[in-house]
Design a protein around this ligand. Structure first.
Ligand code: ADP
Ligand code: TPW
Length: 557
C-alpha cells in the first residue's frame, strides 16, 4: 500500500518539480519531509506570503509553475496574497494548501484552522481545484500544472485535504493514477492574416513604436524580438520588467524620451504589455487619440481592453515574432529616419538634463546619488538579478539602474505591491544560483524583512540595500510626532542581518555605498546595507502622485 503523501511527491517529481517553497505545519509537515527525502529542494520561509512570492518569481524565471505549500486557513490566507499577485502579473504558480476535515468545515462545526479555502481562493486564482480522493492526486496535479502555464499564465490553487494526504491506496492503482503532463504550454501560433495585417499597419507608419512588456520577457523570445526590432529599425520602449530584453544601452531604446515617443507615435505595437494604469490606459494627455495599435498577446480578451486595436495578433510571442520575421518582406518596413533622429535628439537632451542631478553628491545622500553609487558597483556585474520595491526607490531605480540581460529586473509589477522584496530575492537566488541585489525602500523592506533569516539560513548570495529615509515615501521633520507615513528615525537595519550571522553595513555617503555593495557582491554571502537617505528627499507616492484621490472640497489650484 501507499498513501496520499507519497502520491503527491511522486506526481510532482514525475512532472519535473524540483523545488518547493513553503512554511511547515499540520497537515503538510510530513509531506514536506517526504519531498525533501525524495530529493526535492525545500525552502522554508518565515511567512507564507514570501514563500508564495518566491514561487511566483520562480515561475516567471523558469516558465514552470513555482510551487508554494502552506498549512490550512491562516497559512493559506497568508499565501493567497502572493497567489493573487501572481495571477495579476501573469506568473505561473501553484499554491498547494492542506485543509481541515471537510465534514466539519462544511457544517461550520469549528475545526482546527477551519476555512472553506477553495471558495476563498477561486476569485483570486486563474483556476482552483480540490482533490477529494487519493486516486485523483495524479490528475489533480496535472490539471493544476497545465492551468498555471498554458495560455496566459497565472496562479492556481490546489486544495489537499488532510484526509486525502493520509488515505491509503494500493500501489498498483496508485501507479496507474499518476499523469505526466505532455506539452503543458503548447505554442499558439497566430493566424497568418493577423500577421499580415499587423505588418501592413506598421509599414504604413511614419512614427512607429514597439512597447515590450513582461509578457514578452516571460516568453523567452529574446532572439526573435531582437531580430524584428533591429531589422525594422523601429524604436522600442521596455516596460519596467522588460528592461534588458534588449539592453537599455541599445541605440533604438526610446526610454529616455518616453513621453515624446508615446505621445507622437502614429502606430504602436504592444507586445506582452497590457494597456493598464502603467500605460495611462492609452488616454490623454500621455497618448494621442489618433494613434493606432497592433497588440500581440496570448489572451484574446486583452485586445480592445482600453483602446480600439486596429491589428490584434493573438498568439504566443515566440511564435508571433517568428511569424513576423518570416513574413516580413525585405524593405517592407522602412527605417523612419526623421522620427528616430528626433527621438535620438530628445534622448540626448533628457540625458544631459538628468546628468546634473545624477552627478550631484549631496549630504545626506538622495535617491539619485545613492542609485548612482549602486549603479557604479553593478557596472561590472551584468549577471546580478535586481529586485526593486518602494515608491521613490522604485521610480528612481527603474530609471537609473540599466539592465543588460532579459528577466533580470523583478519589481512591484502590475499591482505596485509592497512586500515582494525578500520572497523574490530568495526565489531568484535559488532558481538561478546568481547574485541578487534587492533595492528596497525602508517601508517596503519591512513587509518581508524577517526573511533575512531565510536568506542567512540558506546562505544565499543576496545583498539587500535599504534606502533609509525614515518613512513611507519620506521622513517626518526632526522632533515632530510620528505622522501616518513616519517610521523610526535612524533605524539600524543592518543589525538585523548581524543577528543571523550575515554582513551588515551602515553607509552615509556614495563612495561607502559603492564599496559596501562591491564587497558584499565579492563575498557571495548574505549582506544588508543600510543606506542613509535624506528624510526630505522623497516625494509622496513617488511618480504616481496623480493617483492620490483629492478632496472635492479642496480649492482648485
Ligand atoms: P507589463 O506590466 O510589463 O506592461 P503586463 O503584465 O501588463 O506587462 O502584460 C503581460 C501580457 O503578456 C499579458 O496580457 C499576458 O496575457 C501576455 N503574455 C504572457 N505570456 C505571453 C506569451 N508567451 N505570449 C504572448 N503574450 C503573453
Ligand atoms: C501591500 C502602499 C506604496 S509605496 C509604499 C507603500 C506603503 C512604501 C513607500 O516607502 P518606501 O520607499 O518603501 O520607504 P521610498 O523610496 O518612497 O522611501 N501596502 C501594500 N502595497 C502598497 N503599495 C502599499 C501598502 C505603498
Amino acid at each position: 500500500m501507499t498513501d496520499g503523501f507519497h502520491l503527491v511527491v511522486e506526481a510532482l517529481k514525475l512532472n519535473g518539480v524540483d523545488t518547493i517553497y513553503g512554511v511547515a505545519g499540520i497537515p503538510i509537515t510530513d509531506l514536506l519531509r517526504l519531498a525533501q527525502n525524495e530529493g526535492i529542494r525545500y525552502i522554508g520561509f518565515r511567512h507564507e506570503q514570501s514563500a508564495g512570492n518566491a514561487a511566483a518569481i520562480a515561475g516567471y524565471l523558469t516558465q514552470k509553475p513555482g510551487i508554494c505549500m502552506t498549512v490550512s486557513a491562516p497559512g493559506f490566507l497568508n499565501g493567497l496574497v502572493a497567489l493573487a499577485n501572481a495571477t495579476t502579473n501573469c506568473f505561473p504558480m501553484i499554491l498547494i494548501s492542506g485543509s481541515s476535515d471537510r465534514a466539519i468545515v462544511d457544517l461550520e462545526q469549528g475545526d482546527y484552522e477551519e476555512m472553506d479555502q477553495l471558495a476563498a481562493a477561486r476569485p483570486y486564482a486563474k483556476a482552483a481545484y480540490r482533490i477529494n480522493r487519493p486516486q485523483d492526486i495524479g490528475i489533480g496535479i496535472a490539471r493544476a500544472i497545465r492551468a498555471a502555464v498554458s495560455g496566459r499564465p497565472g496562479g492556481v490553487y490546489l486544495d489537499l485535504t488532510a484526509e486525502v494526504l493520509g488515505s491509503a491506496l494500493d500501489v498498483e492503482t496508485a501507479k496507474k493514477s499518476l499523469v505526466k503532463v505532455v506539452d503543458p504550454a503548447p505554442p499558439q501560433p497566430p493566424a497568418p492574416a493577423s500577421v499580415a495585417r499587423a505588418l501592413d499597419l506598421l509599414a504604413s507608419a511614419q512614427r512607429p513604436l514597439v512597447i515590450l512588456g513582461k509578457g514578452a520577457a516571460y516568453a523567452r523570445a529574446d532572439e526573435e524580438i531582437r531580430s524584428f526590432i533591429e531589422t525594422t529599425g523601429i524604436p522600442f520602449l521596455p516596460m519596467s520588467m522588460a528592461k534588458g530584453l534588449l539592453p537599455d544601452e541599445h541605440p533604438q531604446s526610446a526610454a529616455a524620451a518616453r513621453s515624446y515617443a508615446i505621445g507622437n507615435a502614429d502606430v504602436v505595437m504592444l507586445a506582452g504589455a497590457r494597456m493598464n494604469w502603467l500605460l495611462s490606459h492609452g488616454r490623454a494627455p500621455l497618448w494621442s487619440e489618433n494613434t493606432r495599435f497592433v497588440q500581440v498577446d496570448i489572451s484574446p480578451t486583452e485586445i480592445d481592453s482600453n483602446r480600439a486595436i486596429a491589428a490584434p495578433v493573438v498568439g504566443d510571442i515566440k511564435s508571433v515574432f517568428a511569424a513576423f520575421n518570416a513574413a516580413l518582406k525585405p524593405g517592407q518596413i522602412k527605417r523612419q529616419a526623421a522620427w528616430t533622429d528626433e527621438i535620438g535628439k530628445r534622448k540626448q537632451q533628457n540625458v544631459e538634463r538628468m546628468a546634473a542631478r545624477l552627478n550631484a553628491d549631496p549630504s545626506p545622500m538622495n535617491f539619485s546619488s545613492a542609485l548612482r553609487a549602486v549603479r557604479n558597483a553593478l557596472a561590472t556585474q551584468p549577471d546580478v538579478y535586481i529586485v526593486n520595491e518602494g515608491a521613490n526607490t522604485l521610480d528612481f531605480g527603474r530609471n537609473i539602474i540599466d539592465m543588460d540581460k532579459p528577466r533580470h529586473r523583478l519589481d512591484s509589477g502590475t499591482w505596485g505591491i509592497m512586500g515582494i522584496g525578500m520572497g523574490y530575492a530568495v526565489g531568484a537566488a535559488v532558481e538561478t544560483g546568481k547574485p541578487v541585489v534587492a533595492i528596497e525602500g525602508d517601508s517596503a523592506f519591512g513587509f518581508s524583512g524577517m526573511e533575512i533569516e531565510t536568506i542567512c539560513r540558506y546562505e544565499l548570495p543576496v545583498t539587500t540595500i535599504i534606502f533609509n529615509n525614515n518613512g513611507v515615501y519620506r521622513g517626518d521633520a526632526p522632533g515632530a510626532p510620528y505622522s501616518p507615513t513616519g517610521l523610526l528615525r535612524g533605524a539600524r537595519y543592518e543589525k538585523i542581518i548581524e543577528a543571523f550571522g550575515g554582513a551588515g553595513y551602515h553607509v552615509t555617503d556614495t563612495p561607502s555605498l559603492t564599496k559596501a555593495l562591491s564587497d558584499a557582491l565579492a563575498s557571495g554571502k548574505p549582506a544588508l546595507i543600510n543606506a542613509v537617505i535624506d528624510p526630505t528627499a522623497g516625494t509622496e507616492s513617488g511618480h504616481i502622485q496623480s493617483l492620490n484621490p483629492r478632496s472635492a472640497a479642496a480649492p482648485k489650484k
